[in-house]
Write a protein that binds this ligand. Structure first.
Ligand code: 0XW
Ligand code: MG
Length: 375
Protein backbone atom coordinates (compact mmCIF):
# COMPACT_ATOMS: atom_id res chain seq x y z
CA UNK A 1 0.00 0.00 0.00
CA UNK A 2 1.43 3.37 -1.02
CA UNK A 3 0.65 7.02 -0.41
CA UNK A 4 -0.20 8.59 -3.77
CA UNK A 5 -1.24 12.10 -2.83
CA UNK A 6 -1.12 14.50 0.12
CA UNK A 7 -3.26 17.62 0.23
CA UNK A 8 -3.48 20.33 2.89
CA UNK A 9 -6.60 22.46 3.38
CA UNK A 10 -7.62 25.18 5.78
CA UNK A 11 -10.74 26.52 7.46
CA UNK A 12 -11.43 28.92 10.34
CA UNK A 13 -12.36 27.20 13.62
CA UNK A 14 -14.50 29.82 15.40
CA UNK A 15 -15.05 29.91 19.18
CA UNK A 16 -18.70 29.23 20.03
CA UNK A 17 -18.78 31.85 22.82
CA UNK A 18 -17.20 34.86 21.06
CA UNK A 19 -13.61 35.66 22.04
CA UNK A 20 -11.34 33.08 23.74
CA UNK A 21 -8.55 34.72 25.72
CA UNK A 22 -5.57 33.44 27.71
CA UNK A 23 -2.83 35.26 29.66
CA UNK A 24 -0.82 38.06 28.10
CA UNK A 25 -3.74 39.42 26.07
CA UNK A 26 -3.62 36.46 23.68
CA UNK A 27 -7.22 36.42 22.42
CA UNK A 28 -9.03 35.46 19.22
CA UNK A 29 -12.51 34.59 18.01
CA UNK A 30 -11.16 31.90 15.66
CA UNK A 31 -8.01 30.02 14.72
CA UNK A 32 -6.95 28.85 11.27
CA UNK A 33 -6.84 25.09 11.17
CA UNK A 34 -4.81 22.81 8.89
CA UNK A 35 -6.50 19.66 7.61
CA UNK A 36 -4.43 16.98 5.86
CA UNK A 37 -5.88 14.50 3.38
CA UNK A 38 -3.78 11.48 2.37
CA UNK A 39 -4.83 9.27 -0.57
CA UNK A 40 -3.50 5.80 -1.29
CA UNK A 41 -3.25 3.40 -4.21
CA UNK A 42 -5.94 1.23 -2.52
CA UNK A 43 -8.53 3.98 -2.66
CA UNK A 44 -8.47 4.49 1.13
CA UNK A 45 -8.24 8.09 2.37
CA UNK A 46 -7.00 9.34 5.74
CA UNK A 47 -7.53 12.70 7.46
CA UNK A 48 -5.64 14.56 10.17
CA UNK A 49 -6.01 17.99 11.80
CA UNK A 50 -3.81 20.44 13.65
CA UNK A 51 -4.85 23.93 14.62
CA UNK A 52 -2.10 26.17 16.05
CA UNK A 53 -3.30 28.60 18.73
CA UNK A 54 -2.24 32.04 17.50
CA UNK A 55 1.47 32.77 17.06
CA UNK A 56 2.64 33.05 20.66
CA UNK A 57 0.98 30.17 22.47
CA UNK A 58 3.71 27.74 21.36
CA UNK A 59 6.69 28.28 19.02
CA UNK A 60 4.43 26.75 16.36
CA UNK A 61 2.14 28.94 14.21
CA UNK A 62 -0.12 28.48 11.17
CA UNK A 63 2.22 29.77 8.46
CA UNK A 64 5.17 27.85 9.90
CA UNK A 65 3.31 24.53 10.05
CA UNK A 66 1.92 25.11 6.55
CA UNK A 67 5.45 25.62 5.22
CA UNK A 68 6.59 22.47 7.05
CA UNK A 69 3.75 20.47 5.50
CA UNK A 70 4.97 21.66 2.10
CA UNK A 71 8.36 20.07 2.91
CA UNK A 72 7.08 16.89 4.60
CA UNK A 73 4.26 15.93 2.23
CA UNK A 74 6.40 15.14 -0.87
CA UNK A 75 8.73 13.02 1.29
CA UNK A 76 5.85 10.67 2.14
CA UNK A 77 4.78 9.95 -1.45
CA UNK A 78 5.32 6.25 -2.18
CA UNK A 79 5.54 5.30 1.53
CA UNK A 80 3.31 2.72 3.21
CA UNK A 81 1.01 4.69 5.60
CA UNK A 82 0.61 1.61 7.82
CA UNK A 83 4.32 1.66 8.61
CA UNK A 84 4.07 4.44 11.20
CA UNK A 85 7.63 3.92 12.42
CA UNK A 86 9.05 4.58 8.95
CA UNK A 87 6.69 7.52 8.37
CA UNK A 88 7.90 9.13 11.62
CA UNK A 89 11.56 8.52 10.81
CA UNK A 90 11.23 10.04 7.35
CA UNK A 91 9.56 13.14 8.78
CA UNK A 92 12.16 13.48 11.55
CA UNK A 93 14.91 13.24 8.94
CA UNK A 94 13.31 16.07 6.94
CA UNK A 95 12.78 18.55 9.78
CA UNK A 96 13.93 18.84 13.39
CA UNK A 97 11.00 20.98 14.54
CA UNK A 98 7.37 21.38 13.41
CA UNK A 99 5.82 18.67 15.55
CA UNK A 100 2.28 19.84 14.68
CA UNK A 101 2.83 19.38 10.92
CA UNK A 102 4.23 15.91 11.60
CA UNK A 103 1.25 15.22 13.88
CA UNK A 104 -1.31 15.97 11.15
CA UNK A 105 0.39 13.54 8.76
CA UNK A 106 0.86 10.90 11.47
CA UNK A 107 -2.85 11.13 12.40
CA UNK A 108 -3.95 10.77 8.77
CA UNK A 109 -1.76 7.64 8.46
CA UNK A 110 -3.32 6.14 11.62
CA UNK A 111 -6.77 6.91 10.13
CA UNK A 112 -5.81 4.92 7.03
CA UNK A 113 -4.32 2.07 9.08
CA UNK A 114 -7.53 1.77 11.10
CA UNK A 115 -9.67 1.78 7.96
CA UNK A 116 -7.48 -0.94 6.37
CA UNK A 117 -7.78 -3.30 9.34
CA UNK A 118 -11.33 -2.15 10.18
CA UNK A 119 -10.54 -1.11 13.75
CA UNK A 120 -10.82 2.20 15.62
CA UNK A 121 -7.46 3.96 16.09
CA UNK A 122 -8.04 3.85 19.87
CA UNK A 123 -7.73 0.07 19.76
CA UNK A 124 -4.58 0.21 17.64
CA UNK A 125 -2.97 2.63 20.12
CA UNK A 126 -2.92 0.06 22.89
CA UNK A 127 -6.54 -0.78 23.51
CA UNK A 128 -9.66 0.85 24.86
CA UNK A 129 -10.07 0.98 28.64
CA UNK A 130 -13.32 2.95 28.60
CA UNK A 131 -16.27 3.56 26.32
CA UNK A 132 -16.82 7.13 27.50
CA UNK A 133 -14.38 9.86 28.44
CA UNK A 134 -14.64 12.57 31.14
CA UNK A 135 -14.55 16.03 29.57
CA UNK A 136 -12.98 19.19 30.87
CA UNK A 137 -14.13 22.64 29.87
CA UNK A 138 -11.88 25.65 29.46
CA UNK A 139 -13.02 29.01 30.90
CA UNK A 140 -11.26 31.86 29.04
CA UNK A 141 -9.86 34.86 30.93
CA UNK A 142 -12.65 37.15 32.19
CA UNK A 143 -13.75 38.93 35.38
CA UNK A 144 -14.48 36.82 38.47
CA UNK A 145 -18.25 37.04 38.07
CA UNK A 146 -18.19 36.19 34.38
CA UNK A 147 -15.86 33.24 34.87
CA UNK A 148 -17.95 31.93 37.78
CA UNK A 149 -21.17 32.32 35.72
CA UNK A 150 -19.55 30.51 32.81
CA UNK A 151 -18.49 27.73 35.19
CA UNK A 152 -22.04 27.34 36.51
CA UNK A 153 -23.44 27.15 32.96
CA UNK A 154 -20.94 24.39 32.20
CA UNK A 155 -21.72 22.66 35.52
CA UNK A 156 -25.39 22.57 34.49
CA UNK A 157 -24.32 21.14 31.13
CA UNK A 158 -22.72 18.28 33.08
CA UNK A 159 -19.04 19.25 33.30
CA UNK A 160 -17.14 18.38 36.49
CA UNK A 161 -13.63 19.40 35.42
CA UNK A 162 -12.86 23.08 34.81
CA UNK A 163 -9.74 24.74 33.42
CA UNK A 164 -9.71 28.36 34.58
CA UNK A 165 -7.52 30.62 32.45
CA UNK A 166 -5.40 33.02 34.52
CA UNK A 167 -1.85 34.36 34.32
CA UNK A 168 -1.82 38.15 34.53
CA UNK A 169 -2.41 39.81 37.91
CA UNK A 170 -1.94 37.19 40.66
CA UNK A 171 -4.34 38.87 43.12
CA UNK A 172 -7.17 39.19 40.59
CA UNK A 173 -6.37 35.73 39.29
CA UNK A 174 -6.63 34.10 42.70
CA UNK A 175 -9.91 35.94 43.39
CA UNK A 176 -11.31 34.63 40.12
CA UNK A 177 -10.24 31.07 40.90
CA UNK A 178 -11.84 31.30 44.35
CA UNK A 179 -15.07 32.52 42.73
CA UNK A 180 -15.08 29.54 40.36
CA UNK A 181 -14.31 27.02 43.14
CA UNK A 182 -17.12 28.47 45.27
CA UNK A 183 -19.50 28.36 42.31
CA UNK A 184 -18.89 24.76 41.25
CA UNK A 185 -18.67 23.24 44.74
CA UNK A 186 -16.44 20.57 46.28
CA UNK A 187 -17.13 17.69 43.90
CA UNK A 188 -15.37 19.27 40.93
CA UNK A 189 -11.76 19.46 39.77
CA UNK A 190 -10.35 22.92 39.04
CA UNK A 191 -7.20 23.39 36.96
CA UNK A 192 -5.65 26.86 37.14
CA UNK A 193 -3.95 27.42 33.78
CA UNK A 194 -1.65 30.46 33.48
CA UNK A 195 -0.26 29.34 30.11
CA UNK A 196 3.19 30.38 31.32
CA UNK A 197 2.00 33.95 31.91
CA UNK A 198 3.13 34.40 35.52
CA UNK A 199 6.59 35.53 36.55
CA UNK A 200 7.97 33.49 39.43
CA UNK A 201 7.03 36.37 41.74
CA UNK A 202 3.43 36.43 40.51
CA UNK A 203 3.19 32.65 40.65
CA UNK A 204 4.37 32.63 44.28
CA UNK A 205 1.80 35.30 45.21
CA UNK A 206 -1.00 33.40 43.48
CA UNK A 207 0.04 30.03 44.93
CA UNK A 208 0.10 31.47 48.47
CA UNK A 209 -3.38 32.96 47.99
CA UNK A 210 -4.71 29.66 46.62
CA UNK A 211 -3.01 27.41 49.18
CA UNK A 212 -6.24 26.43 50.97
CA UNK A 213 -8.12 25.48 47.78
CA UNK A 214 -8.29 22.00 46.17
CA UNK A 215 -6.89 23.27 42.86
CA UNK A 216 -4.00 22.24 40.59
CA UNK A 217 -1.68 24.72 38.87
CA UNK A 218 -1.15 24.27 35.11
CA UNK A 219 1.97 25.73 33.42
CA UNK A 220 2.25 28.66 35.88
CA UNK A 221 5.54 30.01 34.47
CA UNK A 222 7.05 29.67 31.03
CA UNK A 223 10.29 27.89 31.98
CA UNK A 224 10.64 24.54 33.69
CA UNK A 225 13.25 26.13 36.01
CA UNK A 226 10.75 28.69 37.34
CA UNK A 227 8.06 25.99 37.63
CA UNK A 228 10.50 23.88 39.66
CA UNK A 229 11.27 26.83 41.94
CA UNK A 230 7.55 27.43 42.46
CA UNK A 231 6.91 23.74 43.14
CA UNK A 232 9.52 23.82 45.89
CA UNK A 233 7.46 26.50 47.66
CA UNK A 234 3.89 25.25 47.25
CA UNK A 235 1.93 22.15 48.10
CA UNK A 236 -0.46 22.67 45.19
CA UNK A 237 -0.15 19.91 42.57
CA UNK A 238 1.65 21.05 39.41
CA UNK A 239 0.71 20.18 35.82
CA UNK A 240 3.00 21.03 32.92
CA UNK A 241 1.69 21.64 29.41
CA UNK A 242 3.70 23.87 27.01
CA UNK A 243 7.04 22.76 28.57
CA UNK A 244 6.66 19.06 27.86
CA UNK A 245 7.48 18.31 24.24
CA UNK A 246 9.84 15.33 24.35
CA UNK A 247 10.09 12.14 26.38
CA UNK A 248 13.10 13.65 28.16
CA UNK A 249 10.96 16.69 29.08
CA UNK A 250 8.40 14.37 30.63
CA UNK A 251 10.96 12.62 32.84
CA UNK A 252 12.48 15.99 33.77
CA UNK A 253 9.00 17.35 34.60
CA UNK A 254 8.32 14.46 36.94
CA UNK A 255 11.65 13.97 38.65
CA UNK A 256 13.34 17.39 38.57
CA UNK A 257 10.42 19.84 38.52
CA UNK A 258 8.16 17.72 40.71
CA UNK A 259 5.17 17.94 38.35
CA UNK A 260 2.39 15.51 39.19
CA UNK A 261 0.55 15.80 35.88
CA UNK A 262 0.76 16.86 32.25
CA UNK A 263 -1.56 18.26 29.64
CA UNK A 264 -0.88 16.00 26.66
CA UNK A 265 -1.52 17.51 23.25
CA UNK A 266 -0.90 15.19 20.29
CA UNK A 267 0.06 18.11 18.03
CA UNK A 268 2.68 19.43 20.49
CA UNK A 269 4.46 16.08 20.86
CA UNK A 270 4.42 15.17 17.16
CA UNK A 271 1.32 13.02 16.64
CA UNK A 272 -0.59 10.01 17.91
CA UNK A 273 2.46 7.71 17.75
CA UNK A 274 4.42 9.92 20.13
CA UNK A 275 1.34 10.82 22.22
CA UNK A 276 0.84 7.10 22.90
CA UNK A 277 4.43 6.91 24.18
CA UNK A 278 3.96 9.98 26.37
CA UNK A 279 0.62 8.69 27.71
CA UNK A 280 2.08 5.32 28.63
CA UNK A 281 5.23 6.87 30.10
CA UNK A 282 3.22 9.40 32.15
CA UNK A 283 1.16 6.51 33.50
CA UNK A 284 4.28 4.51 34.31
CA UNK A 285 5.51 7.55 36.24
CA UNK A 286 2.22 7.69 38.15
CA UNK A 287 1.24 11.08 36.69
CA UNK A 288 -2.28 12.31 36.06
CA UNK A 289 -3.05 13.87 32.71
CA UNK A 290 -5.51 15.63 30.49
CA UNK A 291 -5.60 14.89 26.76
CA UNK A 292 -6.18 18.07 24.81
CA UNK A 293 -4.99 20.00 21.79
CA UNK A 294 -4.33 23.56 20.78
CA UNK A 295 -7.67 24.00 18.96
CA UNK A 296 -9.67 22.36 16.15
CA UNK A 297 -12.92 20.56 15.41
CA UNK A 298 -14.41 17.08 15.62
CA UNK A 299 -11.36 15.68 13.80
CA UNK A 300 -8.88 17.01 16.39
CA UNK A 301 -11.33 15.74 19.02
CA UNK A 302 -11.28 12.23 17.55
CA UNK A 303 -7.46 12.28 17.68
CA UNK A 304 -7.68 13.25 21.37
CA UNK A 305 -10.27 10.51 22.06
CA UNK A 306 -8.08 7.88 20.38
CA UNK A 307 -5.32 8.60 22.92
CA UNK A 308 -7.64 9.16 25.90
CA UNK A 309 -9.54 5.91 25.44
CA UNK A 310 -6.43 3.89 26.23
CA UNK A 311 -5.63 5.84 29.39
CA UNK A 312 -6.02 4.34 32.84
CA UNK A 313 -9.30 5.99 33.97
CA UNK A 314 -7.95 6.76 37.46
CA UNK A 315 -5.11 8.84 35.97
CA UNK A 316 -7.14 10.61 33.25
CA UNK A 317 -8.47 13.92 34.56
CA UNK A 318 -10.35 14.79 31.38
CA UNK A 319 -10.24 15.35 27.63
CA UNK A 320 -11.33 18.22 25.41
CA UNK A 321 -14.30 18.08 23.07
CA UNK A 322 -13.82 20.79 20.45
CA UNK A 323 -16.99 19.51 18.79
CA UNK A 324 -18.98 21.53 21.34
CA UNK A 325 -16.59 24.50 21.51
CA UNK A 326 -15.94 25.48 17.89
CA UNK A 327 -17.77 25.79 14.59
CA UNK A 328 -17.93 24.48 11.92
CA UNK A 329 -17.56 20.78 12.63
CA UNK A 330 -15.91 18.66 9.95
CA UNK A 331 -18.12 15.62 10.46
CA UNK A 332 -19.80 13.52 13.12
CA UNK A 333 -17.56 11.36 15.29
CA UNK A 334 -17.34 12.12 18.99
CA UNK A 335 -20.66 12.79 20.72
CA UNK A 336 -21.11 14.66 23.98
CA UNK A 337 -23.15 12.76 26.56
CA UNK A 338 -24.98 13.78 29.71
CA UNK A 339 -22.76 14.07 32.77
CA UNK A 340 -19.83 15.80 31.11
CA UNK A 341 -18.60 12.79 29.17
CA UNK A 342 -18.12 12.02 25.50
CA UNK A 343 -18.16 8.89 23.39
CA UNK A 344 -15.13 7.19 21.92
CA UNK A 345 -15.66 6.59 18.19
CA UNK A 346 -16.17 2.92 17.35
CA UNK A 347 -16.00 3.21 13.56
CA UNK A 348 -12.77 2.21 11.82
CA UNK A 349 -9.90 4.71 11.68
CA UNK A 350 -10.40 7.94 13.60
CA UNK A 351 -14.13 7.45 13.10
CA UNK A 352 -14.98 10.90 11.76
CA UNK A 353 -17.09 11.00 8.65
CA UNK A 354 -15.38 13.95 6.95
CA UNK A 355 -17.44 16.03 4.58
CA UNK A 356 -14.83 15.97 1.74
CA UNK A 357 -16.90 18.39 -0.37
CA UNK A 358 -15.90 21.10 2.08
CA UNK A 359 -12.28 20.82 1.01
CA UNK A 360 -11.60 21.68 -2.60
CA UNK A 361 -8.88 24.37 -2.70
CA UNK A 362 -5.67 22.78 -1.44
CA UNK A 363 -2.87 24.96 -0.01
CA UNK A 364 -0.41 22.11 -0.60
CA UNK A 365 -1.02 19.38 -3.18
CA UNK A 366 1.69 16.82 -3.86
CA UNK A 367 0.01 15.92 -7.14
CA UNK A 368 1.53 19.18 -8.33
CA UNK A 369 4.88 18.40 -6.62
CA UNK A 370 5.49 14.93 -8.08
CA UNK A 371 8.41 15.07 -10.47
CA UNK A 372 9.01 12.53 -13.22
CA UNK A 373 11.69 9.97 -12.32
CA UNK A 374 15.20 10.72 -13.61
CA UNK A 375 16.80 8.76 -16.40
C1 0XW B 1 -4.45 25.54 24.15
N1 0XW B 1 -5.45 26.17 25.00
C2 0XW B 1 -5.15 27.55 25.21
C3 0XW B 1 -6.76 25.99 24.29
C4 0XW B 1 -7.36 24.72 24.77
O1 0XW B 1 -8.73 24.77 24.89
C5 0XW B 1 -6.69 24.42 26.10
C6 0XW B 1 -5.67 25.45 26.31
C7 0XW B 1 -4.43 25.02 27.11
O2 0XW B 1 -3.38 25.65 27.08
O3 0XW B 1 -4.47 24.04 27.86
MG1 MG C 1 -2.71 24.37 29.27
Amino acid sequence: MRITRVQVFTYDAAYRDGVYGISGGRAASSQRSLVVRIDTDRGITGWGEICPHGRTYLPSFFEGELAALGVLAPALIGQDPRNLGAVGRIMDHQLLANNPAKAALDSACWDIFGKVVDLPVSELLGGRLTDTLPLFTSLPVAGAETQARHAVDELRAGFRVFQVKVGDDPVEDSDRVRAVVDAVGPNCTVLVDANGGWTLTSALIAANRLADLPVRLEQPCRSMADCAELRAHTNLPLILDESVVTFADLVHARHVVGATGINLKPSRVGGLTKARLMRDAAQALGMTFTVDDTWGSSLATAQIAAVGAGAQPELLTGVTNFATVTTPQLGAGVDQLQGGRSTVPTASGLGVDIDAERFTDALVDTAACIQSPRG
